[in-house]
Design a protein around this ligand. Structure first.
Ligand code: DSN
Length: 429
């Protein structure tokens, strides 16, 4: 007769042994990641040390509050861990104050609004069909639900953010907060001009650098910190590490920001994730990381150049003609392609990216005409300019192949490109 395992055996059993069903699903996702050309602009490859910290015994600890002022005793070690993460974030970004508790970038935005606004206050954000983020203003999120939120966008003629529109709306609306920052925009922002507009109308400037925080840390992107009252970010996109958010702020706003996060919008912080954020900030201060971020931007530019060169064949222009950052946007509408269908076709060949609606999109919702491509994950895997140029041509071939007749050939080229760049080698096969 088979004996029931004891409680001690259950608690000490590995995932693979305890739950083979779940373990097989994780293994399936690992194989997918290893075999996919990952061009999702918000994804990266978390380092081993980050995974270790995030999966550590710190998961067990409750620590509501902040270092030195918790609702629980026995928080000495997690106080030190959180203080280390805070000091590393401040040092990396030359910031006066850092809060490392936000569960995500969206929570960080929610907490900043909670800290700086009263319900019903006017807020000005960036339309997400134009590249912004829903949590800046959209009625389907807390921002549009609890604040009087409006959104600016990009100009039709050049798809660049319309600073005259920002100034005009700010003058008219008198927002308490103006968000600058994007999820899908290939060019640098004029943070000085945003600051001037905020000063003219008495608004706080919040820079949502969720996507470009890693580029800022590496010095390959203009630094918003000197101009912003607060910066929100995610730690897992270009920063490439722990899954969660963080906020930088001026010292005079520190208490309000901290209260806005906890107890304002969240409960207990996640000590294991905060530890992983500390590791991320340490890694992001290294020369190797700075070189990688330079390679990320170079890679995005190489993909953009290859796709632009092939436009006569594909009829798919690169929006704004190129990119300054880790991502680019391809407009599929002149080719009469719908983004989700095109993405599904590229998925068949092992390519992953984002299909989305774009500014002035001619497609009927929920369809869209934009393909967002990012270089962070592949550059972290080891890709450099030559590989990214090859990826650009592979994509152009895929875009030109409306019938899908070349899918098998494209899949072989994906495998070939990935074969020299193993992923998560420390996990074995
Ligand atoms: N979902 C993220 C992105 O892909 O950009 C933004 O929250």
């Amino acid at each position: 007769m088979e004996l029931e395992p004891t409680e001690a055996e259950l608690l000490g059993t590995s995932l693979a042994e305890l739950d083979p069903e779940l373990s097989a699903l994780v293994a399936g996702e690992l194989a997918r990641q290893r075999g996919t050309l990952d061009l999702v602009a918000s994804e990266s490859v978390p380092p081993r040390a980050v995974l270790e910290a995030q999966g550590s015994i710190l998961t067990a600890k409750y620590a509501d509050g902040y270092p030195g002022r918790r609702d629980y005793d026995t928080c000495g070690w997690v106080d030190e861990i959180e203080s280390l993460a805070i000091e590393r974030a401040k040092s990396l970004f030359c910031a006066e104050h850092a809060n490392v508790q936000p569960y995500s970038g969206s929570n960080a935005n929610m907490s900043v609004l909670h800290a700086l606004c009263e319900p019903g206050d006017p807020v000005l954000g960036w339309d997400f069909e134009h590249g912004g983020h829903p949590t800046h203003y959209y009625s389907g999120t807390f921002a549009g639900r609890f604040y009087r939120a409006s959104a600016y966008g990009v100009r039709r003629e050049d798809r660049l953010v319309d600073m005259d529109q920002v100034a005009e709306m700010a003058e008219r609306i008198r927002p308490r907060v103006i968000f600058a920052g994007w999820s899908c925009y290939p060019r640098f922002l004029d943070f000085r001009r945003f600051r001037e507009i905020c000063d003219e109308v008495g608004a706080y400037l919040v820079v949502d650098m969720a996507h470009f925080a890693g580029l800022v840390a590496a010095g390959v992107h203009p630094d918003p910190v000197p101009y912003a009252d607060a910066c929100t970010m995610t730690v897992h996109k270009t920063l490439g590490g722990a899954r969660g958010g963080a906020i930088l702020a001026r010292e005079e706003l520190a208490e309000r920001i901290d209260d806005g996060v906890y107890p304002g919008e969240q409960g207990c912080p996640l000590p294991h994730v905060i530890a992983a954020k500390a590791v991320t900030f340490k890694l992001a201060a290294t020369q190797a990381y700075r070189s990688r971020m330079a390679r990320v931007v170079e890679g995005a530019q190489a993909m953009a150049a290859a796709i632009a060169e092939r436009e006569p064949e594909t009829s798919c222009p690169v929006v704004t003609g190129g990119t300054d950052v880790h991502q680019l946007l391809v407009d599929l509408s002149p080719a009469g392609l719908e983004a989700n269908a095109t993405m599904a076709r590229l998925n068949e060949a092992g390519v992953s990216a984002n299909a989305m609606r774009i500014a002035y999109d001619p497609a009927e919702p929920p369809g869209g005409s934009g393909l967002r491509l990012g270089a962070t994950a592949l550059a972290t895997r080891g890709f450099a300019r030559a590989e990214f140029t090859a990826v650009g041509h592979l994509l152009a071939d895929g875009l030109a192949d409306h019938s899908g007749s070349r899918t098998a050939e494209l899949a072989r080229r994906v495998d070939e490109l990935l074969s020299s760049f193993p992923l998560f080698g420390f996990l074995g096969s």
